[in-house]
Design a protein around this ligand. Structure first.
Ligand code: 9G3
Length: 579
C-alpha cells in the first residue's frame, strides 16, 4: 500500500518567488517545496523532489537494462594516479574538486568516470570473448562550475547516469552506440519530454562522433540549428556554415584612416561611419594553447571558439584580455584590425571565409581613436588561413540539403560519445582478439543528467499556476482533497477514496491538513500533481467526486466505484502514450 498524507511529509511551499531563483524551473522547484539550496550550486532534494528523481532514475534503469546495460556503483572519491596516467589531472584546473587524505595522497571528487571504469576493465577483462560490456552507474558527480546557476541545471553536485561501452572493435562500438541512441530516445520519451537529437562537438573528451539530447526550451543554454527540410540538427558549436556573401558592385577604393573618437563597438563605429555592421571586420584575440591568435569575422557574426580550437588542433582556447592585447601588440581594444597585424611578431591571423569577400571594409586601425575605411584583403592585409570560424544561425544553409536553418535553444540532458581507444590505450586496457592479437578495447561513453532532466521537465511543463508534471515522473499521480476538514462525512469519504486509490497501486497523496480548501488547491496546482480529486458536499450527497486534470484543466465527475478503474486506465494511457 503506497500513498502519503501531507501532514506526514515535508512540502514547504512558498507563495513568493525566492530572489536566488534565476530561471523558471529553479523558481518553481523552490516554491513547490521540492528543492532547497545548501550552498552555491549545491542543493537538497526535499521529499517530493527526490520522488521525481527516483522515478526518472527508474525509467533510465529500465531502458539501460533493456539495452543490455549492467549496473554497478563506482566510488565518488577517485585517486589522482589514474588521472595522471591519462594526463587529465593537469588538463582540468579549478573545475575539479581536489582533496587530500590523512596521508597526504591526492584524490578528486569524480566529475566523470572514464579513468575509473577503464582501470576496472584493464584489471578484469583480457579476452574479446568477455565483450561487449555495457556498464553503468547512477551517481553524484562534482564539477566546481565557475558560475553555478539555473538551480539544478548547472549545479556543482548533480546526479548523472554514466554508461561505458566496451567492444573488441569499431564495428562493435557502432552496435553499442546505436543501442544507446535508441535507449536514450525511449528514456526521454517516457519522461514526457519534447526533445531533439543533435550532432555535437566531442570537445575535450576526444574521440569521434557524438550526439546531444536537447530538451527544447527558450531558457536553454545550448543553441541548436535545425534544417527546415531534412532532419539535420546540430549544436551551433559544431554546425558548419558556408560564407553568406553580400554582393558588392563597388571597386576597391584607396585605404583611408578616419578619426573615430571613443567609437569602439561594432554598432558605434557602424552608426558613426554610416555603414552596415556586416561591412566591418571584427578582430578577436585569443590565447590558443598559450599562443596569440587573431580571429577575423564579419561585424555581424560571432566567433565560434570550438571551430577555432578544432581548426588549430588545440586543447585550450580562451579570449585574451584587453591588457594582454595592449601589452603584447599595443593594440587598444575596440580599435583592433588586421592591417599591419600579421607583421607584428608572435601572432597568427586567421579569418572566417566571409571576411575574404568584403570589399572596402571598415576595421580598427590598431591605433586609439582611429579606424580604416576601404580595407581590402590581399592589398591591405593578409591572413595565415581562411576557415569556417563563425557560429551558425537561422538562415544559414543546411550542409546536407542547403535548406535554411532555424535556430532554437535547448537544455542538454544527455550526451553520447564514441570514445574509440583514447582511454584504453592510455591505461592499457587491451584484449586478445579472435586472432590472438592484443588490441586496445574500443569504448563509448553515454551520460544523462538526472537532476538536470527534472529541471528541464519543469522548464518545458509549467504555467502561471505552477508545475505540470508529466504523469510518468510526477511526485504523486493523484492528490485527494476534502473541501472541509471539519465536515466528518467529507473527511471520511476522502479517507475512503485515498485508501482505495492507494490499495489499487496508484501513487496518491492525501491533503489532510487543517487548512482552507483554497490553500490546498493552490498548492496542488503549484506542485503540479497530474490529477486532483476533490471531495465536497456534492460528493457526500450524490456520491460523485470531482476529478480535475492539471494539464488539460478538464473537470469531470465519477462515482467512488468508477474512480479507480477510470484513474488506473487513464493514468496508464498517459504514461504509455509517450512510449
Ligand atoms: C573533468 C572535469 C569536468 C569534465 C570532465 C572531466 C566534462 C569531462 C566530459 C565528460 C564526457 C562524458 C561520461 C558520461 C557522459 C559525459 N566535464 N567532461 O570529462 F575532470 Cl573537472 O564527462 N563522461
Amino acid at each position: 500500500m503506497i500513498g502519503m498524507r501531507v501532514t506526514q511529509t515535508l512540502i514547504p511551499t512558498l507563495r513568493e518567488v525566492p530572489a536566488e531563483a534565476d530561471t523558471v524551473s529553479h523558481q518553481l522547484l523552490l516554491r513547490a517545496g521540492m528543492l532547497r539550496k545548501v550552498a552555491s550550486g549545491i542543493y537538497t532534494l526535499l521529499p517530493l523532489g527526490y520522488r521525481v528523481v527516483m522515478k526518472i532514475e527508474q525509467i533510465i534503469r529500465e531502458e539501460m537494462n533493456r539495452a543490455g546495460g549492467v549496473e554497478l556503483l563506482m566510488p565518488i572519491i577517485q585517486p589522482a594516479e589514474i588521472w595522471h596516467e591519462t594526463g587529465r589531472w593537469d588538463v582540468y584546473g579549478p573545475e575539479m574538486f581536489r582533496l587530500r587524505d590523512r596521508h597526504g595522497r591526492d584524490f578528486c571528487l569524480g566529475p566523470t568516470h572514464e579513468e575509473l571504469i577503464t582501470d576496472i576493465i584493464r584489471n578484469e577483462v583480457k579476452s574479446y570473448r568477455q565483450l561487449p560490456l555495457l556498464l553503468y552507474q547512477i551517481q553524484n558527480k562534482y564539477r566546481d562550475e565557475k558560475r553555478p546557476r539555473f538551480g539544478l541545471m548547472r549545479a556543482r553536485e548533480f546526479i548523472m547516469k554514466d554508461l561505458y561501452s566496451f567492444d573488441k572493435d569499431e564495428a562493435g562500438l557502432e552496435v553499442s552506440y546505436q543501442k544507446m541512441y535508441e535507449a536514450y530516445c525511449r528514456v526521454f520519451k517516457r519522461c514526457g519530454l519534447d526533445f531533439r537529437v543533435v550532432e555535437a562537438d566531442p570537445g575535450a573528451i576526444g574521440g569521434g562522433e557524438t550526439h546531444e539530447f536537447m530538451v527544447l526550451a527558450d531558457t536553454g543554454e545550448s543553441k541548436v540549428v535545425f534544417c527546415t527540410s531534412c532532419d539535420y540538427a546540430a549544436n551551433v558549436e559544431k554546425a558548419p556554415c558556408d560564407p553568406q556573401i553580400i554582393p558588392s558592385e563597388e571597386n576597391p577604393r584607396p585605404l583611408e584612416m578616419v578619426a573615430t573618437p571613443d567609437m569602439r563597438t561594432v554598432k558605434e563605429v557602424a552608426d558613426y561611419l554610416g555603414v552596415p555592421s556586416h561591412q566591418l571586420i571584427k578582430t578577436m584575440f585569443y590565447k590558443v594553447d598559450g599562443e596569440y591568435v587573431a580571429v577575423l569575422v564579419r561585424g555581424d557574426r560571432v566567433v565560434n571558439e570550438t571551430k577555432v580550437k578544432n581548426f588549430l588542433g588545440a586543447t585550450s582556447v580562451e579570449i585574451a584580455s584587453e591588457d594582454e592585447v595592449m601589452e603584447a601588440f599595443g593594440v587598444p581594444l575596440g580599435y583592433a584590425g588586421p592591417v599591419g597585424l600579421q607583421e607584428k611578431d608572435k601572432i597568427k591571423v586567421i579569418g572566417d571565409h566571409e571576411v575574404r569577400y568584403l570589399v572596402n571594409a571598415v576595421t580598427g586601425a590598431n591605433k586609439e581613436g582611429y579606424h580604416y575605411r576601404n580595407v581590402n584583403t590581399g592589398r591591405d592585409y593578409q591572413v595565415d588561413a581562411w576557415a569556417d570560424l563563425r557560429v551558425a544561425g537561422a538562415g544559414d544553409l543546411c550542409p546536407r540539403c542547403k535548406a535554411p536553418f532555424q535556430a532554437k535553444r535547448g537544455i542538454e540532458v544527455g550526451q553520447i560519445f564514441k570514445l574509440g581507444v583514447k582511454y584504453s590505450k592510455a591505461l592499457g586496457a587491451t584484449v586478445l582478439n579472435e586472432n590472438g592479437k592484443e588490441v586496445p578495447i574500443v569504448m563509448g561513453c553515454y551520460g544523462i543528467g538526472v537532476t538536470r532532466t527534472m529541471a528541464a521537465a519543469v522548464e518545458q511543463n509549467h504555467d502561471e499556476d505552477g508545475i505540470i508534471w508529466p504523469p510518468s515522473i510526477a511526485p504523486y499521480e493523484v492528490v485527494v482533497i476534502p473541501v472541509s476538514h471539519r465536515d466528518m462525512l467529507q473527511v471520511r469519504m476522502a479517507e475512503e477514496v485515498y485508501q482505495s486509490l492507494a490499495a489499487a497501486g496508484i501513487d496518491v497523496i492525501y491533503d489532510d491538513r487543517p487548512e482552507r480548501p483554497g490553500v490546498k488547491f493552490k498548492d496542488a496546482d503549484l506542485i503540479g500533481y497530474p490529477v486532483r480529486i476533490v471531495i465536497g458536499s456534492r460528493a457526500v450527497e450524490d456520491g460523485l467526486v470531482e476529478i480535475k486534470w492539471r494539464a488539460s484543466k478538464e473537470i469531470l465527475y465519477k462515482s467512488k466505484e468508477e474512480l479507480v478503474p477510470y484513474l488506473r486506465s487513464s493514468l496508464e494511457r498517459s504514461k504509455n502514450n509517450c512510449i
